[in-house]
Design a binder for this molecule. Structure first.
Ligand code: ZN
Length: 485
């Protein structure tokens, strides 16, 4: 079975063939750290976490780079306006890096709660100014950029004559160039379709660096071209991000890389779809901008209750990453119930007793789940297969069916693999390691019971005293023991 992924560039599913197997280079546009993490942050993080986990499961050695945009993201997502981080720093009288650090810590905490694995490298745009300046020089040398008043702009019209600007997003660039030809005399740019590679800093701008053109800062699109190729090479396998980044960000990235290197950098472009809330786009002005912390605490007028991070994760995985997801309290409540049902079956599975033969339907579960994952990461189908198998588990647990030892072992392995390792779902009490920790304490207390039976008071006291010193409450009961922390 081969992994198939939908390549936004070719607009079809393609068999995934890595450029340098077993190594795989994966680059995902990370967050702009100037605001609290919200659902829009959770979806790409979870989507590409699934891809990262599944590629690893397939035996690839994945270098996963997810950048941190901490400079150059301007207020109007264009070449105007103040840098968002610089503005917040100025208003709150902080160092820009204090603002970045504050939000980055919160973002990491939220990602950890959502059980999103950390990437291999998390480079900051502000830490790669030299690489970005070198990239601008290459584009200038190739003739696809021009300097104007200390800033450098990408020449979209010139580039489009030699390459195809708009190939990723499908935008008709001739039309775009035609309608944007006229610019008032105020602008430094030749055409409004041109985008900044380097911007001269205005006097009030507090984040700036020296360059051959001016004291200034890099344009937003540049960091991904510079850091992607720095860490993954001039050509690498997968570039991912949200669909909202397709234009202009990813289109500009392709143009920058082609202009500087003479060829494209990325083999497969993958995009996750957007999230809506009660059918509406998310936005601060619409009053439906819910942060991840507000979801976890239930602290927003649109929420009827708090939702555990795993419910959010499960909810996102119940939709294919290329379909839209609409959040509502009702839909989340349904997901919460669904997840509880699945996890209950997973727990019952651990306690099943094997019989001589299998009378329930469990054959081929592994193959069906792999097939769904290989079909462009179809997590909703994987989940439906796990629900089917849960019925079989419940039938056996209720004494209405039997399962052989071999089938039981296989079922346990497949559930662990898909629920924990690939979908990254954890029980609310914690992860698998939490389970292991509980079992380890149980084991120690069993040993203490045995020592007592053997009148080995020294060992029994030692276990009790040392666990008590660590903060455990141990209670002897009629049938054994109970403990809590
Ligand atoms: Zn990017």
């Amino acid at each position: 079975m081969k992994l198939n992924v939908y390549n936004t560039l070719s607009r079809k599913k393609e068999v995934f063939e890595p450029l340098h197997a077993p190594n795989v280079g994966l680059y995902v546009c990370g967050p702009t750290v100037y605001g609290d993490g919200h659902l829009g942050h959770a979806r790409p993080a979870i989507t590409f976490d699934i891809l990262f986990r599944y590629l690893t499961h397939l035996g690839y050695k994945v270098r996963y780079v997810r950048n941190i945009t901490d400079v150059g993201h301007l207020e109007h997502d264009a070449d105007d306006g103040e840098d968002k981080i610089a503005k917040k720093a100025r208003l709150d009288q902080l160092e820009p890096m204090e603002v970045v650090q504050h939000y980055l810590l919160r973002y990491h905490k939220a990602m950890e709660k959502l059980n999103v694995l950390p990437p291999s490298i998390e480079p900051h745009a502000s830490g790669h100014i030299i690489e970005q300046i070198e990239f601008v020089k290459k584009i200038l040398e190739a003739g696809y950029a021009y300097e104007s008043e200390g800033s450098v702009y990408f020449d979209v019209e010139k580039y489009n004559k030699d390459y195809n600007y708009g190939k990723l997003s499908g935008r008709n660039i001739d039309e775009l160039l035609e309608t944007t030809r006229e610019l008032d005399g105020q602008s430094e740019k030749r055409r409004s379709a041109d985008f900044a590679l380097w911007k001269k800093a205005a006097p009030e701008h507090i984040m700036h660096w020296p360059s051959p053109w001016s004291e200034g800062f890099p344009g937003w699109h540049l960091e991904c071209s510079a850091m992607g190729t720095k860490y993954l090479g001039d050509t690498f396998d997968i570039h991912g991000g949200g669909m909202d980044l397709m234009f202009p960000h990813h289109e500009a990235e392709i143009a920058q890389s082609c202009a500087a290197l003479g060829h494209e950098s990325v083999k497969y472009w993958m995009h996750n779809n957007m999230i809506t809330i009660n059918g509406q786009k998310m936005g601060k002005s619409l009053g439906n901008f819910i942060t991840l912390d507000q979801f976890f605490e239930g602290n927003h007028p649109l929420l009827t209750q708090p939702f555990a991070p795993m419910t959010i994760r499960f909810f996102i995985l119940q939709a294919h990453y290329r379909s839209t997801v609409d959040f509502s309290s009702e839909a989340l409540v349904a997901s919460e119930k669904g997840l509880a049902r699945l996890m209950e079956a997973y727990e019952r599975l651990q306690k099943l007793q094997a019989s001589a033969e299998t009378t329930v339907e469990v054959a081929g579960l592994r193959e069906r789940c792999e097939e769904a994952m290989c079909d462009d990461l179809n997590t909703p189908i994987v989940i439906s297969h796990l629900f089917e198998a849960s019925k079989a588990i419940n039938t056996v647990a209720d004494g209405k069916g039997t399962i052989s030892e071999a089938d039981l072992a296989e079922l346990k392995e497949v559930f662990k693999l898909f629920i924990e390792d690939i979908l990254g779902l954890q029980t609310e009490s914690g992860s698998g390691s939490n389970e292991a920790y509980k079992k380890a304490i149980d084991l120690l207390l069993e040993m203490r019971l045995e020592a007592k039976r053997n009148k080995d008071w020294a060992t029994s006291d030692k276990i009790r005293n040392e666990l008590t010193a660590l903060g455990f409450n141990i209670k002897d009961t009629k049938d054994g023991f109970e403990w809590s922390l």
